[in-house]
Design a protein around this ligand. Structure first.
Ligand SMILES: Nc1ncnc2c1ncn2[C@@H]1O[C@H](COP(=O)(O)OP(=O)(O)O)[C@@H](O)[C@H]1O
Ligand SMILES: [Mg+2]
Length: 264
């Protein structure tokens, strides 16, 4: 019987196990994402960040354990209820195949954002345009509105997907692989912008990255994931300042430590 829901948790994973074939990629993930704050899920490549996110959005189902969003156990929901829960979220998928940030490659940048706004709101085209251009402006891509995604860099695609996710003004904003393809200066600028949006809206943000500086700049809370387990979690300063060997290796970018090339 999974433990009772903690008050103030927007998302909870309790002892989530997931295998692909004989490989157990989530090995009892416990993760609490407090409401109204930015939680960064930090971990090296292959740690299980995207598989974890896929469970939160109901694309994958755990073979053991529970996933709750706003207190609702996803496994107990009808398709209609799951749709409702998804309407409370906006998601930026990771940039690598098959996700490519979740962009529609047949639509230009403007339409990628506008299409999502039309799906979620009954707005006039004028309002759709105003909000679309406002959010493209926030990620510095207003002048690329007519471009097709295939002509953009990986980082630009990510920024379009971030603009779309923020424009939806959802209660829960999920950004997988936040830093991928984004240069250091723009990453710092985006961190500042995301933090401002979170403070203004009070939304819950769950952001995954393997980039230490992004985690430091963004996070109110940090959960560190390695080998399919959350090994450390809590307030950002406490976790990032802890002497856990994995955290120290991530902080230092050191070659010696628990993370090695041979790890998947
Ligand atoms: N659909 C899949 N089939 C088989 N293995 C998978 C699948 N998705 C992810 N994996 C494996 O699960 C592990 C965690 O992957 P992932 O969550 O994508 O890591 P990351 O932390 O880089 O996002 C990796 O070993 C990856 O190869
Ligand atoms: Mg990933």
């Amino acid at each position: 019987m999974p433990a009772a829901r903690k008050p103030g948790a927007a998302i909870e994973l309790v002892d989530v196990v997931k295998s692909f074939g004989s490989e157990r990629v989530l090995d009892g993930v416990d993760l609490t994402v407090p409401a109204g704050a930015i939680t960064v899920l930090l971990g090296p490549s292959g740690a299980g960040k995207t598989v974890t996110i896929s469970h939160v959005i109901g694309l994958l189902h755990p073979e053991r354990g529970a996933v709750r969003v706003a207190g609702r156990d996803l496994a107990a929901l009808t398709d209609g209820e799951l749709y409702e829960v998804r309407q409370s979220m906006s998601v930026v998928l990771q940039g690598t195949l098959p996700f490519t940030c979740g962009l529609f490659f047949s639509l230009n940048v403007y339409e990628n954002v506008a299409f999502a706004l039309r799906q979620r709101n009954r707005w006039s085209e004028e309002r759709v345009r105003e909000v679309t251009m406002e959010y493209l402006g926030m990620v510095g891509l207003a002048d690329r509105a007519a471009a097709m995604p295939e002509h953009l860099s990986a980082g630009m695609c990510k920024r379009v997907a971030i603009a779309r996710a923020l424009a939806l003004q959802a209660e829960i904003v999920i950004i997988d692989d936040f830093d991928s393809g984004i240069d250091g200066v723009r990453l710092a600028l985006l961190c500042g912008m995301l933090a401002d949006v979170q403070r203004e809206t009070g939304a819950t943000f769950l952001v995954t990255t393997h980039h230490m500086r992004a985690a430091r700049k963004l996070a109110d809370h940090v959960a560190v994931i390695h080998d399919g387990r959350v090994v450390s979690s809590g307030e950002a300063d406490a976790v990032l300042g802890s002497d856990d060997p994995l955290v120290r290796q991530l902080v230092a970018g050191a070659t010696s430590g628990p993370i090695q090339l041979a790890d998947v």
